[in-house]
Design a protein around this ligand. Structure first.
Ligand SMILES: *Cc1c(COP(=O)(O)O)cnc(C)c1O
Length: 382
């Protein structure tokens, strides 16, 4: 019996996305083994962080890198770093004043189009978010006008799905740097493509980029990767655990630090083109297996919900011909054993992804869908 069985916690087949509420991702055996090995000895955490940071920087072609406890924690730490810089005296003075911020920049500029449910993590660093533009359009002068001596950083949320209404990142970097303001990129879910590990910082000039360790990287769910400028990464290190500073609650264990490194090493060795083709093949097989069902439209969605170059399957019951609504279909899939998690869109259709599935699960998913939708169609004819 597994721990989950003993606890009566049902297994979930994740056809939704790399979601924290479902556990993020499944760590490959080499990551779990690296963690188990790291658990066997004590080490000096600062020495380990620095050594892993150097290796991660080399692997991701960046100046410096840091392992934190998730991309959201990375947003808080990156903001703190931009507020104080790497001077330990300034960091101590900032801590003594906190949550007051006299003498420190206390605003972070963000496109209205980039307001996401994770942006409170920035405010946790004691700053105010200043929105520019509208969700539909932002002009360069709006960014220029928002940059003052109070500006600590610009936060840019990457993703094709958010680019409408926002200035291009290269333009933001150009304008921000002209005022001496650093740019932080929230790229939490922007892997794949793997090149994003260096594109935002090395090619587009952002000062820091932040990735989730527990999404497509397949690292420990409670890790995040920050890459970028060495002085800002040093400031992050000074704010973070094991130092007793504001970033202390975001501690990562030695197992997680080594686990994320093993995950990044593996990620860079993967054949990403083959992975993409395998996802496309699963979506095509799903469409083939479902297209004859009456009263249901099945279709390919591209790019995915995070703007990544991966396909999804859309399944839309026709309310006049199918007895199940999209919401009921989502609920039936979730209520089975194992549960199957899918996304619901506007109560109109559900969507599924393939890259989160384990071997054999794609078949289980399509069987369950065929059974539920076949029964619904039969009942509506009766
Ligand atoms: C997932 C996500 C986060 C949070 O990442 P964690 O690693 O779970 O902390 C932040 N920003 C965006 C855009 C995300 O997609």
């Amino acid at each position: 019996m597994t721990w989950y069985e003993r606890l009566g916690v049902r297994r979930v087949i994740n056809a939704d996305a790399r979601l924290t509420r479902l556990g993020g991702s499944i760590m490959p055996p080499e990551v779990v083994e690296a963690m188990a090995e790291a658990a066997r000895w004590y080490v000096d955490i600062d020495e380990l962080q620095r050594a892993v940071g150097r290796r991660l920087a080399e692997l991701t072609r960046n100046e410096a890198a840091y392992v934190t406890s998730g991309a959201a924690a990375g947003l808080t730490l990156a903001t703190l770093a931009c507020v104080t810089g790497p001077d330990p005296v300034r960091i101590a003075r900032h801590l003594a004043l906190f949550p007051a911020t006299e003498g420190f920049p206390d605003e972070v500029v963000i496109h209205a189009a980039h307001r996401i449910p994770y942006d409170p993590a920035v405010r946790l660093a004691g700053v105010r978010l200043v929105s520019i533009g509208t969700v539909l359009k932002t002009e360069p002068w709006e960014l220029e006008a928002a940059l003052t001596e109070r500006t600590a950083a610009v936060l840019y949320v990457a993703g094709a799905h958010l680019s409408r209404g926002a200035l291009p990142l290269a333009r933001v970097v150009e304008i921000a740097h002209a005022s001496g303001v650093p740019v932080i990129v929230d790229a939490a879910a922007q892997l794949p493509p793997v090149e994003n590990l260096w594109t935002f910082t090395r090619e587009l000039g952002a000062d820091l980029a932040i990735f989730s360790g527990g999404k497509d990287l397949g690292g420990p769910q409670s890790t995040g990767l920050i890459v970028g400028r060495a002085d800002l990464v040093e400031a992050i290190r000074l704010h973070g655990a094991p130092n007793q500073r504001l970033g202390r609650p975001f501690k990562v264990s030695r197992e997680e630090i080594v686990g994320l490194l093993a995950a990044v090493e593996r990620y860079l060795r993967l054949d990403h083109d083959a992975r993409r083709r395998a996802c496309e093949a699963t979506i095509a097989q799903w469409i083939d297996a479902l297209r004859d069902l009456p009263g249901v439209r099945v279709f390919r969605i591209f790019p995915n919900e995070a703007g990544q170059p991966l396909p999804r399957l859309g399944v839309e019951p026709d309310p006049t011909r199918c007895r199940l609504t999209a919401r009921e279909l989502r609920d039936r899939l979730w209520d089975g054993d194992p549960r199957i998690a899918v996304a619901l869109h506007d109560d109109r259709y559900i969507s599924l992804t393939a890259e989160t599935l384990e071997p054999g699960e794609a078949e289980l998913v399509v069987e369950r869908l065929r059974r539920l939708l076949g029964d619904a169609a039969a009942a509506s004819r009766a």
